[in-house]
Design a protein around this ligand. Structure first.
Ligand SMILES: Nc1ncnc2c1ncn2[C@@H]1O[C@H](COP(=O)(O)OP(=O)(O)OP(=O)(O)O)[C@@H](O)[C@H]1O
Ligand SMILES: [Mg+2]
Length: 223
């Protein structure tokens, strides 16, 4: 704390603000691999990625005057998680947003682990930070086999956020029109009640182009 030279009032030093923001980044639960993702290192190597980057920057710029989240849709390796994390990090760092990252598959596994008798957490404790967060990034929507139980967990979480007008960014490999005949739709993966809410809660960003892991990160890698 620093003493104001005129009023003598005690005020938090700038260095504390930095520490608070970095603690928030730490608490956001971003997986290690994605901690350096940003909109600055977002490569717009094809038009859909350029549009996606521009939409993401606009979203960050306009926060908190945004009334919708984002649903990022596309095949594997197109940068969906990268983009979602980049927005989350920018909003934490630039606008002190209380935001958290949640991998939906991990979430279900953590909840399942509480079903044993000696679990130290209960499902409500696990879900509560995600229900309440000012901003939630829910990664890998629909990735897990859509059992009735998984759908109920998802519905419970998103319906609470819907009712509370909370902003959510989601990523998914599933679209409304399947890429190939026979592929499942997003509605089939998440259930019609969740799909319906997402239409109102989110604007959609579609990313296409090459699989970054294969075509960019993995290029030229030989033993
Ligand atoms: N446009 C991009 N600019 C810079 N890096 C990118 C871009 N797209 C993807 N990457 C990088 O490629 C890797 C894969 O991206 P990411 O994990 O975000 O893909 P994804 O679409 O979420 O894939 P999945 O559907 O398998 O979860 C990451 O290391 C990410 O940082
Ligand atoms: Mg991903």
């Amino acid at each position: 704390m620093l003493e104001h030279p005129k009023t003598g009032q005690l005020l938090p030093c700038k260095c504390r603000e930095v520490a608070i923001v970095e603690a928030r980044v730490e608490d956001a639960g971003i997986p290690e691999r994605y901690q350096n993702c940003s909109l600055q290192n977002w490569n717009a190597l094809e038009p859909s990625l350029n549009i996606a980057g521009a939409m993401a920057r606009k979203f960050v710029r306009e926060w908190p005057a945004v009334d919708h989240g984002i649903l990022i849709v596309g095949p594997v390796g197109r940068g969906k998680t990268h983009l979602a994390v980049a927005i989350l990090l920018d909003l934490i760092r630039q606008k002190s947003v209380r935001g958290v990252f949640c991998d939906f598959t991990d979430l279900l596994s953590r909840i399942q682990a509480t079903f044993g008798r000696n679990a130290d957490e209960n499902p409500d404790e696990i879900l509560s930070p995600y229900r309440d967060a000012e901003l939630l990034v829910l990664d890998e929507l629909g990735a897990r086999r859509p059992t009735e139980w998984a759908r109920e967990v998802l519905y419970g979480l998103l319906n609470t956020r819907y009712n509370r007008n909370r902003i959510t960014i989601l990523t998914t490999n599933f679209d409304d029109e399947p890429e190939k005949p026979g592929d499942e739709t997003l509605e089939v993966r998440v259930g019609s009640a969740v799909r319906s809410r997402l239409f109102e809660m989110c604007r959609t960003i579609r990313v296409s182009g090459p699989d970054f892991r294969k075509e960019v990160k993995g290029k030229g890698r030989a033993f």
